[in-house]
Design a protein around this ligand. Structure first.
Ligand code: VGL
Ligand code: ZN
Length: 198
C-alpha cells in the first residue's frame, strides 16, 4: 500500500522555447526532482503524437491553433503541432531525474484521438493501462505534478479520483496554459471530483 508521484508531460515542447510553451514550465523541474524521494513509486508520462495527429491545427486546413472542433468523441482544442514522435521537443526534459522513474507511460500516439489524461484517451473510455499498473503495485495514493495544470494534469487527477484513487495535485509544481479561463475551470472541476489541491 503505497503512494506514487505521477509527473505529467515534462517535455521541452511544453517549456519556454517549445512548440506549445507553458509559461514557467521549466521552473518546476527542480521542485519535481526534489519530490521524487518522498514516494514509493515515480511514474512519468510523455505526450507522444504522430505528425498526422488529429489534435494538430495544421492537419485541419484553414483551422487556427487554439480553436475548437467537434471530434467523434466530443469537443477538441486544436493545438500547434507538439511532442511529435522522435522530435527533440517530445523528449523528457533533460534536467528531469528520469533515472528515478519506475515507469514511463506514453500517450496520444493514436492519430485520431487525443489523450490528455494519463488513464484514458479523450473518449474517456480507451484505457492507457496506468490504472492496472497502479492497482497491481498497490499504489492507491497518487500525487500529480507537471504540465499543463489545466489540461493533462487536471484530466489525469480527475480520472484518478473517479477511479477511486486518492488524488492530490501540488499546484506549486504545475504551470497552466490558461486558455479562456481554463485554469480556474480546471480547479473547480478538480475540487468537484474530489481532487485535493495542495
Ligand atoms: C497537453 C495540450 C495538448 C498537456 C498535451 O500536457 O497538458 N496539452 N497536449
Ligand atoms: Zn498533446
Amino acid at each position: 500500500m503505497g503512494k506514487a508521484l505521477i509527473v505529467i508531460d515534462m517535455q521541452p515542447d511544453f517549456c519556454p522555447g517549445g512548440r506549445l510553451a507553458v509559461a514557467g514550465g521549466d521552473e518546476i523541474v527542480a521542485p519535481i526532482n526534489d519530490l521524487m524521494a518522498d514516494f514509493d513509486a515515480v511514474v512519468l508520462t510523455q505526450d507522444w503524437h504522430p505528425p498526422d495527429h488529429a489534435s494538430f491545427a495544421e492537419n485541419h486546413p484553414g483551422a487556427a491553433p487554439f480553436s475548437m472542433i467537434d471530434m467523434p468523441y466530443g469537443p477538441q482544442v486544436l493545438w500547434p503541432a507538439h511532442c511529435v514522435i522522435g522530435s527533440e521537443g517530445a523528449r523528457l526534459h533533460p534536467a528531469l531525474a528520469v533515472d528515478c522513474a519506475d515507469l514511463i507511460l506514453r500517450k496520444g500516439f493514436r492519430p485520431q484521438i487525443d489523450s490528455y489524461s494519463a488513464f484514458f484517451e479523450n473518449d474517456h473510455r480507451t484505457p492507457t493501462g496506468l490504472e492496472g499498473y497502479l492497482r497491481a503495485r498497490d499504489l492507491p495514493d497518487l500525487t500529480f505534478v507537471g504540465l499543463a495544470h489545466d489540461f493533462c494534469v487536471a484530466w489525469s487527477a480527475i480520472d484518478a479520483a473517479k477511479l477511486g484513487f486518492r488524488a492530490t495535485v501540488i499546484e506549486a509544481a504545475t504551470r497552466a496554459i490558461d486558455l479562456n479561463g481554463s485554469r480556474e475551470a480546471a480547479r473547480a472541476n478538480m475540487r468537484k471530483a474530489g481532487v485535493e489541491l495542495a
